[in-house]
Design a protein around this ligand. Structure first.
Ligand code: ATP
Ligand code: MN
Length: 483
């Protein structure tokens, strides 16, 4: 029977004195190190702290001891004793050691020495067994749990929106096509274009870039919904914050305006950060130290002003800076950085789209805290965003985080059918294709709003990992889909 094992995290939290001499425990895990033919550091993935198992000299066959190599898997039963070694309260004195799986230490790709994150990316099938990735993925799990907890407590309905979609209204050109048509002798129309009537769904389909449009259908019935699922973008941007497959959380709320939307986003971000600070402190402390060590190699001006924990606590205790796009442009235009021509993309004036260097200047240099930028020019935002009184801006909001840039994109949606139709026509968006979306505006339309939070970017912010490829288990990026 395997289920009798105690997890190492749980065992280490116990008081060694509560164990009587005769009481036995069973632990299972993988060997991290084996010293002096006596001390096994055993890890089972529940915590970075290894359990010290003592194999008393002379008690075990030499042939068995030889097989206790790095990453071999073991089942150990023994007694819990207070530890004399430093850094741990208790250890296990082994009575039986069973090798569940041997591991050839020479061939095992991860050595006890420190490997670079780049190297570990190539060994993503094993990197969970390192302290860094152990912590990152336990925190990822906790954040995902906190997301559901937050919305559940607020009475939102978790809506599963489709992965395969026929609407390409939003991200034309950046979508992955889904088809069963053959590459050879593809069925064609008379004009030479592909005949999608012959395709699996009888029309052209893609992987979704966002669940928002369907989310709005849910919000206009349930009041408040959220989605949490994978999204796909075929954008060829090889940056440290873009993936071709990433997870997005998209709440959508009826009876919300832009300010309500921004308030919810702030509350939500704080809630999930507080959750991990309270529940994953050991992993966060480890990641904070890792980041501090990594930053030691940077020149002084490139280091973060705050440590990881300090930064997270700062976010809990300070309101985000809210300002309009127009104000942001003024700040950027008047900045010394701009006057000295230090932006790669100069500030040309009102109406320009902001580049990530501009966003980061505002967040990291000017305000030094998360920023909510609101009311962007209509011309640089999506068709569904609500037009403001001024007729030229829309009720959009982007949340920008230090070190990451855009972490949330959202808006109040255009609920007025006539205004929406006019806008769609101007932007060349097919009314026929989105008939179902437009129906929400025909039958009991309501003011509503929502946003999308990129889950991996949030994890980057919380864990301090600078490359998005290190916060998702098996990253999909241009020219890379291993594992
Ligand atoms: P960016 O300008 O950074 O490319 P975007 O404007 O394309 O972002 P949205 O379409 O508003 O982003 O998507 C909502 C959120 O999803 C973003 O705020 C971001 O957190 C996340 N996101 C967008 N694209 C990616 C990507 N390729 N990989 C990971 N996360 C992403
Ligand atoms: Mn993008």
């Amino acid at each position: 029977m395997f289920n009798k094992r105690i997890k190492i995290k749980e065992l280490l939290q116990q008081d060694p004195d509560s164990y009587r001499e005769a009481e036995q425990v069973t632990v299972m895990g993988w060997v991290r190190t084996f010293r002096n033919n006596q001390f096994i550091a055993l890890n089972d993935g529940s915590t970075n702290t290894n359990l010290q198992v003592v194999a008393t000299l002379g008690m075990f066959d030499e042939s068995l001891l030889k097989r206790i190599t790095t990453s071999a898997s073991l089942k150990i039963t023994g007694t819990v004793v207070p530890s004399v070694g430093k850094g741990q309260r208790l250890e296990v004195k082994a009575e039986t050691i069973e090798i569940l799986g041997d591991s050839d230490a020479e061939a095992y790709p991860l050595q006890p020495k420190k490997h670079s994150l780049e190297f570990l990316r190539e060994k993503a099938h094993l990197r969970f067994r390192t302290n860094t990735f152990g912590s990152v993925f336990r925190v990822r799990h906790a954040l995902a749990f906190a997301v559901h907890k937050f919305f559940n407590e607020k009475g939102f309905v978790y809506l599963h929106t489709p992965i395969i979609t026929a609407s390409d209204a939003e991200g034309a050109g950046e979508m992955f096509r889904v088809t069963t048509l053959p590459f050879e002798s593809t069925p064609k129309n008379e004009d030479g274009s592909v005949n999608f009537k012959e395709d699996f769904f009888g029309k052209s389909t893609n992987l979704t870039v966002s669940g928002q449009l369907e989310g709005e259908l849910g919000a206009t019935a349930f009041g408040e919904i959220y989605t949490f699922g994978p999204t796909f973008r075929a954008e060829n941007s090889n940056t440290a914050r873009h993936l071709a497959e990433f997870w997005m959380i998209e709440p959508e709320m009826a009876f919300y305006d832009l300010e309500d939307n921004a308030n919810l986003a702030e509350e939500f971000i704080r809630y999930i950060i507080r959750y991990v600070l309270e529940n994953n402190r050991e992993d966060l402390d480890f990641l904070a130290q890792r980041l501090a060590d990594e930053e030691k190699q940077l020149s002084q001006d490139k280091r973060s002003e705050m440590g990881l924990i300090e930064k997270l606590e700062f976010v809990l205790n300070n309101d985000f800076q809210r300002l309009s796009y127009t104000e942001a442009i003024d700040i950027l235009k008047d900045s010394n950085h701009n006057k000295k021509k230090k932006f790669q993309y100069p500030i040309t004036g009102w109406g320009m789209d902001l580049q990530s260097e501009h966003e980061r200047y505002l967040v990291e240099k000017h305000f030094k805290k998360p920023v909510i930028l609101m009311n962007y020019p209509a011309s640089i935002k999506a068709f569904y965003m609500r037009i403001n009184e001024d007729g030229k801006t829309v009720a959009a909001m982007d949340i920008l985080a230090p070190g990451i840039g855009e972490i949330v994109g959202g808006s109040q949606r255009e609920e007025r059918l006539d205004v929406l139709l006019e806008k769609m026509e101007k932007m060349g968006i097919s009314e026929e294709e989105l008939w179902w979306y437009l129906d929400t505006r025909r039958f009991g339309t309501v003011p509503h709003a929502g946003f999308g939070l990129g889950f991996e970017r949030m994890i980057q912010f919380v864990t301090g990992m600078s490359n998005i490829r290190d916060v998702i288990a098996f990253p999909r990026t241009p020219k890379s889909a291993e594992f």
